[in-house]
Design a protein around this ligand. Structure first.
Ligand SMILES: *Cc1c(COP(=O)(O)O)cnc(C)c1O
Length: 440
């Protein structure tokens, strides 16, 4: 893999005069700024500890050597292998890229999405899911959501699929698994690509398979707000299409092909081959740094514990809320559905709770419980972009979505909370519903 993914900073091994000086490295002062950024603080104790570390880093700088490569080196390869193993996929399936949006673009490119092609997406997602098809003038077809999971409803996908459908993009919203089997069946019958937006789904499972490994492609996000991160930005494309793996690897870096030389020059570029006769010139650079890879390697080591803690907090909340009239708490999953608890999704049944989610949210805010701003029906955003999207017609074709967003759905903070904070939040919900039912 080394040469193929290399860029303009060369590891020349044991040569007497190496090429390591192509770019600039970091020194002890820079490292200290990094330490201060990641471990901020103030006060006499902090200052003293920092002075100790500065002295130690200064000593280390005198006897250490710089890494030589900062971008696309051994650490990137190492984290990709670690993710392959974690997901239980063939070695080489995972490709580490700048973010999930870049990974999604690769799957769309593979499918050859262009003007007039239909792309089936759920209504409940983040704009990143649909950014690429919007940008090339493809037609977004919105599948309504399942009223309980607020995930893409396979029955509505079956109703809306046509001969023009080129790709279906289920999103495991909040980390709760989409019902993938019927979607895979629909896609298989019509030779349609399935790409899972698993930005929330890293580590979750559907019928014993990790989310993001079921469709042709799976895309993960390691942005700072997700369950784990690679220093703030990062994404992974998992490819179940073996012949596209090397293509995507070149697409990550502008289609540069180090195996093909122009005369005596170092490299050529080549077109990336997608599905069937699809071929395209890569135009993005989605390369990642060794530091990002290192950050992700570290978080992977404790990722089981991260999910376990999220599950613990979600379980407490659901246990407290499951018998509250008119409250439908986050599903905890079962043998076939293992969520990642990225979001704690809560719904209100207005007919029973004495008010809708807007009332509940106002009450919670009054009691000091944060309401995380969340996704709206994505066709509202798409309509705003002015691509000729008929918002009213789409809304009419997605009645569950409209009702869910207006009257039923929100989500709550769910990670890093103390037992006291969890109890406070559960009490506040119970109290609020009591008040609503009493008409207060
Ligand atoms: C965060 C998110 C993305 C985009 O992830 P980035 O890594 O920030 O590009 C895509 N889809 C969903 C559902 C997301 O929440």
């Amino acid at each position: 893999m080394g040469n193929e993914t290399s860029d303009f900073r060369y590891n020349t091994g044991d040569t007497k005069v190496p090429w390591a000086a192509v770019g600039e490295n970091y020194n002890a002062d820079d490292v200290m700024e990094l330490v201060k950024f990641l471990m901020g603080g103030s006060g006499a104790g902090y200052d003293a500890a920092l002075a100790d570390v500065a002295a130690a880093v200064g000593r280390l700088a005198k006897v250490s050597t710089p890494p030589g490569k900062l971008s696309m080196g051994d650490k990137v390869a190492e984290v990709e292998r670690a993710i392959d193993r974690y997901l239980g996929v063939e070695e080489g399936s995972s490709l580490f890229v700048t973010n999930c949006t870049a990974a999604l673009e690769m799957g769309y490119r593979y499918a050859g999405i262009g003007p007039g092609d239909e792309v089936i997406v759920p209504t409940n997602t983040f704009i990143a899911t649909v950014a690429y098809p919007l940008s090339v003038g493809a037609k977004l077809v919105f599948a309504d959501v399942d009223p309980r999971t607020v995930n893409m409803d396979p029955a509505d996908v079956a109703r809306k699929v046509t001969d023009k459908t080129k790709i279906i993009v289920p999103v495991h919203i909040g980390g709760y698994p989409v019902d993938m089997d019927p979607i895979m069946e629909i896609a298989k019958a019509r030779d349609i690509v399935v790409m899972e937006d698993a930005a929330h789904g890293f580590g979750g499972e559907y019928k014993g398979r990790k989310l993001g490994t079921i469709g042709h492609f799976g895309c993960f996000s390691f942005h700072e707000v997700k369950n784990c991160t690679s220093f703030g930005e990062g994404g992974v494309l998992v490819s179940n299409v073996p012949e596209y793996r090397a293509e995507a690897r070149r697409a990550r870096f502008l289609g540069v092909d180090f195996t093909s030389k122009i005369k005596n020059w170092l490299y050529n570029i080549s077109l990336i081959k997608g599905k069937g006769d699809v071929a395209y010139q890569a135009c993005n650079n989605a390369s990642v740094t060794e530091i990002q890879a290192l950050g992700l390697i570290q978080q992977l080591k404790r990722y089981d514990a991260i999910i376990a803690e999220r599950r613990r907090e979600a379980t407490y909340m659901t246990e407290r809320l499951k018998d509250v009239p008119g409250i439908m708490p986050q599903l905890l999953g079962d043998a076939d559905h293992k969520p990642t608890f990225h979001l704690y999704q809560l719904q209100v049944d207005p007919a029973v709770a004495g008010g809708d989610v807007q009332t509940l949210k106002a009450k919670l805010e009054g009691k000091g419980v944060t309401n995380i701003p969340h996704f709206g029906p994505i066709y509202r955003f798409a309509a705003a972009i002015g691509k000729g999207v008929d918002e009213a017609a789409i809304a009419a074709s997605c009645p569950v979505t409209e009702d869910v967003f207006d009257r039923r759905y929100t989500h709550l903070p769910i990670y890093g909370l103390t037992d006291e904070q969890l109890k406070y939040m559960a009490d506040a919900i119970v109290e609020s519903v009591d008040e609503m039912r009493a008409g207060r």
